[in-house]
Design a protein. Structure first.
Length: 147
């Protein structure tokens, strides 16, 4: 069974962060440049103070209009951030994401951010694992039938 550590080994552990003071316009620009949908918000570059996502920005635009772009990340970020750990199973983080209706989970160990995973990362890992299991079972079945 795959773990969060396996996902980070495959995708890398680079964590894109912004400070709470970063203007939302800059956050959106950096999201576009990096092709990501979320940034960890951190003053010290180690801990998680919040998470700002594309969804937060869209909701901000619906609520505040154009003024959203001048707000700071701290004004829109989610402060009650769901996190996971390197040893968590892919199945357990999938459950957390589904039940909490979140698409991104910072990976935290001993109070420090070690990575971030998205629902896409989790789904890819789950599908790859399921396909491997099916292939092994198919090969075993065919080997047994040919005896």
């Amino acid at each position: 069974m795959s773990r969060v550590a396996d996902i980070l080994r495959a995708k890398g552990d680079r964590v894109l962060m912004v400070t709470p003071e970063t203007p939302v316009a800059r956050v959106a620009q950096r999201m576009r440049e990096a092709h990501v949908g979320a940034f960890v918000v951190s003053s010290d570059g180690r801990g998680v103070e919040g998470l700002i996502t594309e969804r937060d920005i869209v909701f901000g635009l619906a609520r505040h209009g154009e003024a959203t772009l001048t707000l700071r990340a701290s004004a829109l970020m989610s402060q009650a951030v769901h996190t996971c750990h390197l040893g968590d199973s892919v199945r357990s983080v999938m459950t957390t994401m589904t039940n909490s209706r979140v698409r991104h989970l910072p990976v935290v160990e001993h109070g420090e951010v070690r990575g971030i995973i998205s629902i896409g990362d989790v789904t890819k890992t789950f599908v790859d694992e399921t396909e491997l299991e099916a292939s092994v079972m198919r090969d075993a079945y065919l080997a047994h039938r040919s005896r």
